[in-house]
Write a protein that binds this ligand. Structure first.
Ligand SMILES: Cc1ncc(COP(=O)(O)O)c(C=O)c1O
Length: 479
């Protein structure tokens, strides 16, 4: 821990977490430049206290509504084992999307009744693993998949007659749009997810046919990631609620929970100095400030209204609510430190190019979705941002740039940094904790970076070792 004090507070700073100390970026009072010296560059750095704060914010939101809330961290956002442990220790549950994530969640210590399993295309092996583990819920994505779960239970009972019915939740897709990227919207009929509203009753009838095999305990929707407005959540909740009432009326079956998915947004534009270069809809989406408390209050308000109208308040008073937050827990708790390796000017354009060691192979969203991660100098974090640079990563690919190569303006053309950046300077891409580490790949034979977690007591702890060259060939077979 440093004994220095924080200097002035740039717009991107977060008191006690992201600060300027001795001119450097400091993360929970740990000097970013010292971290690069110790763990090399590029480097992911996470803050356990920020993870805690983000989870506490969700828990506070749960206190303002009158239904019990179960939070299941969407582990796809970041399933590093130490990150999962930090989430587990903070007392919430876990959502997984594959047998691999299920394995990780169980291995780190989540109890089966803390785990829910989503996915559009689960294999028989994955279903067997989920049924055998007796997890809280398998969220089924089609009528066909209900049959697959039934078969899995029957199959496993041949070996162990004590296997109980699998708890399942039906994932629905009621055509609700959001103002996020199309690739991040998941409640549209054109998306690959879920069961259409027109098939819900048939799905329930199928699931209820054989209660010895499956127990339908809930209904699920996820409107998409980085949803900037409250309305899609409220509309989704109302839709799920109305289905729940119809199902009760038509079949007599009472559901235990409504799962409202993830999607609570993160403000990627706390520092808005470059925001005016982004199109308005992009700005609204990336700079969203949406309190989970407001989402829950509004969702329950519309449900209560509809319950009163349908004379079904007793049903509402029996349901619990599940949420699957990923991004809102981990995105702003992580950043990437990257070093400028090379510099050049283009006399024809006057551009100064900074070539870093962090490419899209460690931050796929910057390429996939042209996702904006605010860039600062970690070496000179307190200095005025005086010059515009073209910034690019190290990959042999024209698309490995920190601007929108397709010229659609989804990222600023230039990044503003202090004057006279020279090779060796350490930069930081902020808010990179979600959908980054979990999506890294070895393109161009690049060993994947290390990751460090600054623990609650302020100690930087290695949570992912840097790859060696041997890791690049570990799974190749050539003899
Ligand atoms: C089913 C489901 N639940 C939860 C999430 C997590 O969303 P977010 O990270 O935006 O909270 C996702 C991601 O898109 C998802 O597909």
């Amino acid at each position: 821990m440093s004994s220095s004090t924080a200097a002035h507070c740039p717009a991107w700073s977060i008191p006690g977490y992201l600060e300027v100390r001795d001119g450097h970026l400091s993360i929970n009072e740990v000097d970013a430049i010292d971290l690069v010296k110790q763990f090399q560059s590029p480097l992911f750095v996470f803050s356990e206290s920020r993870i805690r704060e983000n989870i506490n914010r969700l828990k506070r939101a749960a206190n303002v509504v009158d239904r019990p809330i179960k939070f299941c961290y969407a582990s796809k956002a970041n399933s590093n084992m130490s990150i999962l442990k930090a989430v587990l220790d903070s007392g919430i549950d876990c959502e997984v999307n594959s047998g691999g994530e299920l394995f990780k969640a169980l291995r780190i210590g989540f109890k089966p009744d803390q785990i829910i399993f989503n996915g559009t295309s689960k294999s028989d092996e994955e279903l067997d693993e989920a049924v055998r583990a007796q997890i809280y819920s398998i969220n089924v994505d089609s009528i066909f998949e209900i049959g697959l779960v039934q078969q899995a239970v029957a199959r496993l009972r041949l070996k162990d007659e004590n296997i109980p019915p699998a708890r399942i939740t039906l994932r629905l897709v009621p055509e609700i749009g959001t103002r996020s990227h199309l690739g991040l919207q998941t409640a549209l009929l054109t998306s690959k997810f879920g069961i259409s509203s027109s098939e819900v009753l048939a799905a329930f009838r199928r699931g209820l046919q054989n209660p010895a095999l499956v127990n339908i305990c809930g209904i699920h929707i996820h409107v998409g990631s980085q949803t900037p407005d409250v309305e899609p959540f409220a509309e989704a909740f109302r839709s799920m609620w109305e289905h729940l009432v119809t199902i009760h009326q038509e079949t007599g079956h009472t559901l235990e929970h409504i799962n409202l998915g993830g999607g609570i947004p993160v403000n990627y534009l706390r520092d808005r100095s470059q925001a005016d270069q982004l199109p308005e809809h992009e700005r609204d989406m990336l700079g969203a400030e949406l309190e989970p408390e407001d989402v829950l209050k509004e969702a329950l308000r519309v449900a209560r209204e509809s319950a009163r109208a349908a004379n079904a308040e007793h049903l509402l008073d029996q349901v619990s609510i599940l949420l699957e937050p990923g991004r809102s827990i981990i995105a702003d708790a992580g950043l990437v430190l990257t070093t400028v390796n090379n510099i050049k000017t283009r006399p024809e354009t006057g551009d100064v190019w900074l070539l870093t060691d962090a490419g899209y192979n460690i931050m796929l969203s910057m390429n996939n979705y042209k996702w904006y991660y605010h860039l600062i100098s970690a070496s000179r974090a307190g200095e005025a941002y005086a010059r515009d640079y073209k910034v690019a990563g190290p990959l042999c690919d024209s698309g490995d740039v920190y601007f929108d190569i397709e010229r659609e303006g989804r990222l600023p053309d230039y990044r503003r940094l202090p004057a006279d950046v020279t090779p060796g300077e350490v930069l930081a891409l902020l808010n990179c904790g979600a959908y980054s580490l979990a999506q890294m790949f070895h393109y161009n034979g690049r060993p994947l970076p290390a990751a460090v977690l600054v623990t609650l007591d302020g100690t930087p702890k290695l949570i992912r070792r840097r790859d060696t060259y041997d890791d690049l060939i570990a799974n190749d077979v050539w003899e």
